[in-house]
Design a protein around this ligand. Structure first.
Ligand SMILES: [Zn+2]
Length: 110
């Protein structure tokens, strides 16, 4: 199981480091642990064709965020404000925290 490898959480601020959206920043709004992918607010828009609905009787094309693999993103540390990788650390019995690899500060509890 890969589930533990995702160190990201919803509402993390992240930076895209590769692909078409390289350099964009956004907030994680959804996570797919099995696919190791996340959806970031305002990043990686895909066009999606929709069927006609009552609201949009003619149907149409809507833009929706597509998922990105976690290897393409870095967390923006809320302590040093730099894009960083995260490591997990156990501080007390049963307590785990996420730690910034750049500044070594604790980001939050897991
Ligand atoms: Zn940091």
């Amino acid at each position: 199981m890969n589930n533990n490898k995702i160190n990201f959480k919803k509402s993390d601020n992240v930076l895209v480091i590769s692909g078409d959206d390289k350099g964009k920043k956004g907030k994680i709004v959804d996570i797919f642990p099995k696919k190791m992918q996340v959806i970031i607010e305002g990043v990686n828009f895909l066009k999606k064709h929709t069927k006609p609905t009552q609201k949009i009787p003619q149907g149409g094309v809507i833009k929706q965020e597509g998922s990105l693999h976690i290897s393409n993103i870095r967390l923006i540390c809320n302590k040093c404000n730099k894009p960083t990788t995260i490591k997990r650390k156990r501080i007390k019995e049963g307590k785990r925290v996420r730690v910034c690899k750049k500044c070594g500060e604790i980001i939050d509890k897991v």
